[in-house]
Design a protein around this ligand. Structure first.
Ligand code: NAI
Ligand code: MG
Length: 503
């Protein structure tokens, strides 16, 4: 694992990647890594082996305060004075530096959160693409002139929001960090990141790569720590102007309430229990492929997973037969073995998923496949891909986010019934429709209560397409140019002109 950029932290992380457990000084403030002011640490675990991967700093309010202060100084320092074109160039340099570390980043991601190596490599490529997309917009976001009549000139400027806080989850640690960091930096903001406690390593590596790639100190700061400590302190900090949070609905409500109290702008990307409607006229092979990808990608730990399959009764058994056959070919293994599914991220998440499976059975659902720890994998937080049929729409497995490789099937007879089932929950993140009838697909797309609707595929999108939820799935949109607007605010400048004698 060679690298042309080196630092003490990257050397330590390379050792972590080759199996040596270490204490990593993991609070990155103003371009330097340090321990928590309390001196406390916590362990991050490799979920494939249940072994401790590294000890990282347990940051608290004092560390968040130092990070926010550094970010504030950088905002008014070289970063704030940089031209948009230079900011573009700096972010493109950072993208190349991340690419130069792709192998190490992918390995750290796999060890820390369990996903197969090639999935981690894909996430690193996605993070680089996200950075390049947003870098490209750095010098293209502009205001308007406003017609107030002959006696005034009035115009708007898009100015950076300020210091932004980014609280990220463990399912796509680097990807989620970059999803909000890249537009914030492109907009001219500075940032404090609080990675999930289960998966802090790639965010820490990112900050150090940014330092060696010439991003000025204080522009990207990282405070590792627990949600109720470092996360809560970041949400409440008076120097922070905006918070972007991705995670559970429950924590999202807490973050949103605190952001309201301290008058921050807020983007909340929360959970889902996303419906995929499969009509009898659908291309069944494509629908099955979409359901496999949507249900089991990242071991189902995806907010936009297709966890509810709402299938027209006449084809339900045929569809489920093919789905189960495909699911049973998927291989679950430690992330470094690079098979189809890795483990769940933590013992806690494994417990939650197994609990949902037990509740589903108790509520009368029929297990078509899975529902167990895959044979031969005695260590690690593994669950086999699981398909339930005959699921009661009122039961827990039908209504709550599981965040594991578990999908539930429901039957419908009419389009109206399918839409009613799909819209029955408080969530509104994604929904999908599988049909060859374009009129029906578009009618459903309009009726489905979701931030995104996908037709004849799943996970359709990319850095250009805005995503986010309605209802309890959150507020605000990320990705696309809409994502950069989260980090810009409008300043209106009005000029009163000397009145001219027109006689
Ligand atoms: P969580 O929402 O508690 O954690 C997400 C992030 O929020 C982490 O960085 C955490 O440290 C931070 N956090 C926790 N409490 C906080 C607080 N009081 N103030 C500020 N930040 C705080 O989610 P958790 O406990 O890791 O997972 C629970 C469930 O949430 C999962 O089973 C899944 O259903 C859902 N989830 C959804 C995600 C999504 O992509 N929408 C991602 C991760 C989890
Ligand atoms: Mg971990």
């Amino acid at each position: 694992m060679s690298s042309s950029w080196s630092s003490a932290v990257m050397t330590t992380l390379m050792e972590v990647a080759t199996g040596e457990a270490h204490t990593v000084p993991s609070i990155h403030i103003a371009g330097a890594e340090r321990a928590a002011q309390s001196g406390e640490t916590f362990a991050t675990i490799d979920p494939s082996s249940e072994k401790i991967l590294a000890h990282v700093a347990r940051g608290g309010a004092a560390d968040v305060d130092a990070a926010a202060t550094a970010a504030r100084e950088a905002l008014h320092g070289p970063w704030g004075r940089m031209s948009p074109q230079d900011r573009h160039a700096a972010l493109m340099t950072l993208a190349a530096a991340i690419e130069g570390h792709a192998e190490l980043l992918a390995r750290l991601e796999t060890l820390d959160c369990g996903k197969p190596l090639s999935a981690s490599a894909g996430d690193v490529r996605g993070a680089v693409a996200t950075l390049r997309y947003n870098a490209g917009a750095a010098d293209k976001m502009h205001g308007i002139s406003v017609p107030l009549g002959p006696d005034f000139v009035d115009f708007t400027e898009l100015v950076p929001l300020g210091v932004t806080g980014h609280i990220t989850p463990w399912n796509f640690p680097l990807g989620m960090a970059m999803r909000s960091l890249a537009p914030a930096l492109a907009a001219g903001c500075t940032a404090v990141l609080k990675p999930a406690e289960q998966t802090p390593l790639t965010t820490l590596a990112l900050a150090d790569i940014a330092r060696t790639a010439g991003i000025p100190p204080g522009v990207i700061n990282v405070v590792t720590g627990l949600g109720e400590e470092a996360g809560a302190a970041l949400t409440a900090h008076p120097l922070v102007s905006g918070i972007t949070f991705t995670g559970s609905v429950e924590t999202g409500r807490i973050v949103g309430a605190e952001a309201g109290r301290t008058l921050k702008s807020v983007v909340l990307e929360l959970g889902g229990k996303n419906p995929m409607i499969v009509f009898a006229d659908a291309d069944l092979d494509r629908a099955v492929a979409a359901a496999i990808e949507g249900g089991f990608d990242n071991t189902g730990q995806v907010c936009s997973s297709s966890s509810r399959l709402i299938v027209e009764r006449s084809i339900k058994d045929a569809f489920l037969e093919r789905l189960v056959a495909r699911a049973e070919t998927l291989v679950t293994a430690p992330g470094v073995d690079d098979r189809d599914l890795g483990p769940l991220v933590s013992a806690e998440q494994h417990g939650k998923v197994m609990d949902h499976i037990a509740a589903a059975r108790a509520d009368g659902a029929r297990t078509l496949t899975g529902g167990i720890r895959p044979p031969g994998l005695d260590k690690g937080y593994f669950v086999a891909p699981t398909v339930f049929d005959a699921v009661d729409p009122q039961s827990r497995i039908a209504r709550e986010e599981t965040f594991g490789p578990v999908v539930s099937a429901f039957a419908f007879d009419t389009e109206e019934e399918a839409i009613a089932l799909a819209n029955a929950l408080p969530f509104g993140l994604n929904a999908g429709v599988m049909t060859r009838d374009i009129d029906r697909a578009l009618a459903c797309a309009r009726d489905l209560e979701a931030g995104s609707v996908w037709i004849n595929g799943w996970f359709i999108g990319g850095v250009q397409a805005p995503t986010g939820g309605i209802k309890d799935s959150g507020t605000g949109r990320e990705r696309g140019l809409a994502g950069i607007m989260n980090y810009l605010t409008i300043k209106n400048i009005g000029i009163a002109l000397q009145k001219r004698d027109t006689g």
